[in-house]
Design a protein around this ligand. Structure first.
Ligand code: HEM
Length: 517
């Protein structure tokens, strides 16, 4: 029995031209590739697929996906491709990552072959930097406050009382990225680089295609967009580094925000790079990638959420009501939103969860660090696994209801109505947030130790933006536009030609009239 199971191989995703067809489709029409994968995964929880020289194991199903988030799998080789190709780290510094196979956990991997001295454990040091600067409650609280202040400043430049025409995507792409950049890196990076935000969005559209690492003659536009943005980040870093008093760094360690580097994650990244003697090229790459992580998914998700709310007048009024309950009315913070309160609003949470479910499309990637049994197959060490969020998130059995198929965006999918009885015995009905599935069936931020480090930043940024837009403006929908600015008969769908990262942006723009109140 044992030897028979050893011989069993997962079924293969077919291809007309061996080594070519799947790879070509993966790069040029990922939606179609995922649809074929979905079909194949109906018959087996693991499906093998050749992408050029690489053999991938595509997985689906709650327990199979949860299994690849365990510690016997690593995302280091995948991240290394991103550091090299999407960010553009210098080869001398990439070699430091390649030499360290001890992993990102506190304890070095048992079978690691290189030195496990702390000064060599670059992955672990990066992980700790992220934990302190992006995940900790302290850094999330500081970011929520500074983002709220910076976005409010963006809104305050708009006239009060006049109806003006606005394109929702354009507006949010510009003003959210300015506010989030200032709140994480400070304002200087925008001041010393003319056209910084436009250059970012040119770079952003190539995020995923860069990670394939195609030769430069095949990928000239993408590489030059990356280099333009990386050089801007490098220029700012050199100025900040010269100006910052590193001798007193301990004093700044827990400071929430200072004007030279900005936030804790920004200073943490500089300290980490210095600890591993990065070249200035890699510093530019590290900050370019930080900004990519910060904006590339959060902003499209927020755009979708604002569009969903505006296009449904009932929802718009319910959200307006929820948001007003989180408004601080007295004390020093009057006029601000209490993020914790905002994040506990049932409908707002349901819309956020549903937006991530429907619009995140990423193949979460892991490599097995030891031989593993997955879905009943024995698979050797070194095998690469990919879990497509889209297959799990649109699974009809997990998410569908008789009236609302899994493919549909449905506002109320993650709320239930509960009866509450007060002390006098009076019964009222209230909505309560309740997500229908988790773990391997819902993983917009990935999972395990390599789960998205910015997940706790994304939520305040999205919810605070939604709250500030909905509460500061009277809004009237005008029409949908194609991306060339002409009228569209239909609302937005996912822009499947886009290859940024995880969240798919809309393929239509929403034109509204709004008036700041
Ligand atoms: C809605 C917004 C976001 C989505 C959907 C998203 C999604 C993801 C996903 C799927 C991964 C891979 C996780 C895995 O392999 O298990 C990831 C990794 C990562 N994300 Fe996000 N992300 C978002 C926002 C952010 C933000 C705001 C930041 C802040 C800088 C960020 C920084 C990162 C970093 C640093 C990693 C690498 C983590 C590691 O391997 O240690 N992300 N993200």
């Amino acid at each position: 029995q044992k030897s028979r199971s050893k011989l069993r191989q997962p079924p293969r995703l077919s291809e007309t031209i061996p080594f070519v067809s799947n790879a070509w489709q993966f790069m040029t029409n990922k939606r179609l590739f995922i649809n074929r994968t979905r079909e194949a995964l109906r018959a087996s929880p693991v499906v093998q697929c050749r992408l050029g020289p690489m053999t991938l194991h595509l997985v689906s199903g709650g327990s199979t996906v949860s299994a690849v988030f365990r510690s016997s799998f690593t995302s280091d080789p995948w991240i290394l491709r991103i550091l090299q190709h999407t960010a553009g780290y210098a080869s001398t510094d990439l070699a430091k990552f390649s030499a360290d196979d001890s992993g990102c956990a506190t304890l070095p991997r048992k079978d690691s072959t290189g030195s496990t001295a702390p000064e060599k454990r670059i992955w672990h040091a990066m992980h700790r930097t992220h934990e302190e600067g992006l995940v900790s409650a302290h850094s999330v609280g500081a970011f929520s406050a500074s983002f709220q202040e910076c976005f409010r400043e963006e809104l305050s430049t708009l006239p009060v009382g006049n109806w003006v025409e606005v394109r929702v995507s354009d507006f949010l792409k510009k003003h959210m990225s300015i506010a989030a950049t200032r709140s994480v890196l400070g304002s200087r990076i925008l001041e010393v680089n003319a056209g910084f935000i436009d250059t970012f969005w040119e770079y952003e559209q190539f995020g995923e295609s860069l990670s394939f690492g195609l030769p430069s003659w095949l990928n000239r536009r993408a590489i030059s967009a990356r280099e333009r943005f990386r050089c801007m980040c490098r220029k700012w870093y050199k100025l900040a580094d010269q100006e910052f008093d590193w001798d007193t760094v301990a004093l700044h360690q827990d400071e929430e925000w200072e004007p030279i580097f900005g936030s804790q994650i920004s200073r943490g990244l500089a300290r980490w790079g210095k600890q591993f003697s990065f070249s200035v090229e890699s510093f530019g790459a590290a900050y370019a990638l930080l900004l990519f992580g910060l904006h590339a998914n959060t902003i499209p998700i927020c755009i979708w959420m604002v569009m969903e709310i505006i296009k449904d007048p009932d929802l718009y009024h319910q959200i307006k009501d929820e948001v007003s309950q989180a408004n601080i009315t007295d004390g020093a913070l009057a006029g601000n939103f209490d993020f914790q309160r905002l994040a506990s609003m049932p409908l707002l949470q349901s819309v956020y969860t549903e937006t991530l479910r429907v619009h995140v499309s990423i193949l979460v990637t892991r490599t097995a660090t030891e031989p593993v049994v997955i879905g009943g197959y024995n698979i050797p060490k070194g095998s690469v696994f990919q879990a497509p969020t889209e297959v799990a998130h649109l699974d009809e059995i997990v998410w569908g209801t008789p009236d609302h198929p899994a493919s549909e965006f449905w506002t109320y999918r993650h709320v239930k109505e509960v009866e509450k009885t007060d002390s006098t015995g009076y019964v009222t009905k209230k909505l309560e947030f309740s997500i229908a599935a988790r773990g391997g069936n819902y993983f917009p931020f990935g999972g395990g130790i390599s789960i998205c480090a910015g997940r706790n930043f994304a939520k305040p940024e999205v919810l605070l933006t939604v709250a500030m837009i909905i509460s500061n403006f009277d809004i009237e929908f005008i029409e949908w536009l194609k991306l060339d600015g002409t009228h569209s008969e239909r609302p937005a769908l996912d822009n499947t030609g886009y290859a940024n990262a995880a969240a798919t942006p809309p393929d239509r723009e929403m034109k509204v009239m709004w008036r700041r109140i």
